[in-house]
Write a protein that binds this ligand. Structure first.
Ligand code: ATP
Ligand code: MG
Length: 348
């Protein structure tokens, strides 16, 4: 695939000429834990075009990891259909699936999954050795992949000697070493500071563009994603509740003036301090007689357009997340944005 074609697809992913690499229809996945049934995916339909970079977002437990596992054939589904590259992934035999995954997909899991006793280059060359590539060629390709993630000098180091961000980059090199058409990354920016998250997403985006790779990743961080991912799919409670560019989703919503956050009572002081310093937030206070509930109003500039109103709300949410405050529920006055984007009410 040429670079030109990839760029064209990225700028117009939904155009008539685009060709889907993944099509999911009404995917349902329920975990039976013995005591309770957990409805992790409740009828998810989505399409991902070749060469796209798409972020799956949503509150903890909404089904991001489950969705990535099902789309990549790592986990089976209860009902629905998942077509990958024109083939029904749930109809493949185990051997076919393993072969398909080894040849065409790359993975970065939510937790690093690097083998601690192997050096960076040994970790990266592992998938090649497993699929029968000669030791010499595997080493060559692994070193090139480490170079691509700017870790050429760290090839002989073990994971224990690397920072969290460096380890994440080793897993990205490992996911790319086979030159797959499709890579799945579950929270590749986990544990990084905002600048590190931005750099990581830019790195993934640049590598994917150069190679024409389709990227599907999950993450929690809106500001960082907005700059790197043309399209975002928001999941909540196992359903797709919104998708499009971040700017599109915000434009659709009315300009909010006030919002109300419910946070755990022991985190109220931390939350209040974080909200008072948040970008776009004019004031923050306890709501009268409403235990655990904090009210905010957005500043003047945030109210001029729906888009900057959304930016104010983003500032508040980002500030709470950065301060490690769980958002138990969230309401936004006069805005559909609350339903789609930030409806963080826990499963009842
Ligand atoms: N193997 C499993 N057995 C039982 N329940 C599971 C299993 N895996 C996930 N779940 C449940 O399915 C739901 C979705 O989980 P999932 O890991 O997909 O969420 P997530 O969006 O990736 O969350 P996070 O942001 O915390 O990683 C959760 O309620 C979770 O408890
Ligand atoms: Mg997850």
């Amino acid at each position: 695939m040429t670079v030109e074609r990839t760029r064209a697809e990225e700028t117009a992913p939904a155009s008539a000429g685009a060709s889907p690499i993944i099509q999911a229809t009404d995917v349902v996945k329920t975990y039976d834990t013995g005591r309770v049934e957990v409805h992790a995916l409740r009828g998810v339909s989505l399409t991902i075009q070749r060469g796209e970079m798409v972020a799956i977002m949503g509150p903890s437990g909404c089904g991001k990891t489950t969705l990535l596992n099902c789309l990549s054939g790592l986990d089976t589904i209860d009902s629905g259909l998942i077509m990958v590259g024109g083939a029904d992934i749930n109809r493949m035999s185990d051997n076919e699936k393993t072969e398909y995954r080894a040849r065409r997909m790359g993975f970065v899991f939510q937790f690093y999954n690097l083998l601690p006793v192997l050096s960076s280059v040994e970790n990266v060359e592992l998938p090649l050795l497993v699929s029968g590539v000669s030791a010499r060629e595997a080493r060559q390709k692994a070193l090139a992949a480490l170079g691509a993630v700017h870790l050429g000098d760290w090839a002989e180091h073990r994971p224990g000697e690397l920072s969290g961000g460096q380890r994440q980059r080793v897993t990205i090199a490992r996911a790319l070493v086979n030159d797959p058409k499709l890579i799945f990354l579950d929270e590749p920016t986990l544990g990084l500071d905002p600048a590190g998250q931005r750099q990581m997403l830019q790195l993934i985006r640049n590598l994917a563009r150069q190679r024409g790779t389709t990227v599907i990743l999950s993450t929690h961080f809106l500001d960082e994603v907005e700059q790197a991912c043309p399209r975002v799919i928001i999941l909540n409670r196992g359903r797709v509740v919104a998708q499009g560019t971040v700017a599109e989703m915000i434009r659709k919503a009315a300009a909010p003036r006030t919002g109300r956050f419910q946070v755990p009572s022991e985190m109220q002081e931390t939350a209040l301090t974080a909200l008072k310093g948040a970008r776009g937030v004019a004031s923050a206070a306890y709501a009268d007689g409403h235990d655990g509930s904090l009210m905010i109003t957005l500043d003047e500039a945030s109210l001029v357009t729906a888009q900057s109103g959304g930016a104010g709300m983003r500032g508040a949410i980002t500030a709470l997340m950065d301060a490690g405050v769980p958002i138990l529920s969230f309401e936004l006055e006069g805005s559909r944005l609350s339903d789609a984007f930030f409806s963080m009410t826990k499963e009842d």
